[in-house]
Write a protein that binds this ligand. Structure first.
Ligand code: ADP
Length: 318
């Protein structure tokens, strides 16, 4: 891990929304509200937070599917928007949550996996077919599966197909948005292990988005905790779980029963309602719900504190 595959600096993204059902006037949702973050070469960065905190928006920004309103995203040393869509398509891939809707039901598995290779003319028919066979074996399926359709597969197998499609072009980065959340717990572990072994073999980087703390702890080198479009804490996984710095991270982890940590953030009880990203609280966005709140917290947005050993926290306690 000697350099960064991607670096974000003060990235913001808003969406226009109407003020109410009967109102014509518009306001904006601050979906991603000033994120500074990097992902190292060959690293897995876990991204966790409650539903609506901006994880999927950040994923779309990382893959170039959307552009930030402000801030910079540097990918492989060059501004993300300086790469062409075709170039990005070979270097950055996504694996989505729902393996039922992310694979075109009318296309055969072989055609789904080889789409990128065909668009980019990466070989003749025979060569591409051979590569598809190889990819199917790599993800634990069989070459004869190439002629079948998505509906003939289970959820876990479909996610294996989605992974084969993602690695077909030898990408540098895969953004996985809740890739195992729709799968049975027994299948989740198999898919996570597959992702790990692929990373080991090809040395690629992952951004792994999930609201499931246990899933994130299994796969991530570092974890970034998001709240209302902002970062609360970024720490190496072991440190974050053993000694969380931010009061928000602490509450999330305290709420996880030790024998079965597969608790979803939605089930975690934190006092007070999650504020709206249309008008996030001043200062630290977590201050209205924080048990450690101080006067300064509603006034000033905390800057990033470098706590050493790769630990960063955005909190006035430090
Ligand atoms: P998460 O993935 O953490 O659930 P999202 O990135 O999907 O969060 O959403 C963050 C916030 O931005 C939410 O309040 C959501 O309603 C809003 N949002 C996301 N995408 C859009 C969009 N295309 N138009 C309007 N609002 C959006």
């Amino acid at each position: 891990m000697n350099r960064n595959i991607i670096e974000l600096s003060e990235v913001k993204r808003t969406y226009p929304v109407s003020r109410g059902v009967f109102s014509l006037s518009k306001t904006t949702v601050k979906a991603v509200n000033g994120i500074t973050l990097h992902v190292g070469d060959g690293e897995t960065l876990g991204l966790v937070g409650e539903s609506g905190c901006g994880k999927s928006t950040l994923a779309r920004l990382l893959t170039g599917l959307e552009k930030p309103d402000s801030g910079s995203i540097i990918f492989k040393g060059k501004a993300l928007d300086q790469w062409t869509a075709a170039e990005l398509g070979t270097m950055v891939q996504m694996v989505f949550q729902d393996p039922y809707s992310s694979l075109n039901p009318r296309h055969r598995i072989g055609s789904i996996i080889s789409e990128g290779m065909r668009i980019n003319n990466l070989g003749n028919r025979k060569e591409i077919a051979a590569r598809v066979d190889e990819l199917l074996v790599q993800v634990g399926l069989r070459p004869e599966h190439a002629t079948r359709y998505p509906h003939e597969f289970s959820g876990g197998q479909r996610q294996r197909v989605a992974i084969a499609r993602a690695i077909a072009m030898n990408p540098d980065l895969i953004v996985c948005d809740e890739p195992v959340s729709a799968l049975d717990v027994s299948v989740q572990a198999q898919v996570l292990n597959l992702l790990k072994s692929i990373q080991k073999e090809f040395g690629l980087s992952y951004v792994f988005i999930s609201h499931d703390l246990s899933v994130v702890s299994h796969i991530s080198d570092r974890v970034a905790v998001m709240y209302l479009g902002m970062l609360m804490e970024v720490s190496p996984t072991e440190d974050l779980y053993r000694d969380p710095l931010h009061p928000y991270t602490r509450i999330l982890l305290d709420a996880v029963p030790v024998p079965d940590p597969s608790v979803r953030f939605e089930e975690v009880a934190i006092s007070g309602e999650m504020p709206s990203p249309i008008s996030p609280p001043s200062g630290c966005p977590f201050h209205p719900r924080c048990p450690m709140v101080m006067e300064i917290c509603s006034k000033e947005r905390p800057i990033m504190r470098d706590m050493g050993k790769g630990r960063n926290v955005f909190c006035h306690l430090y």
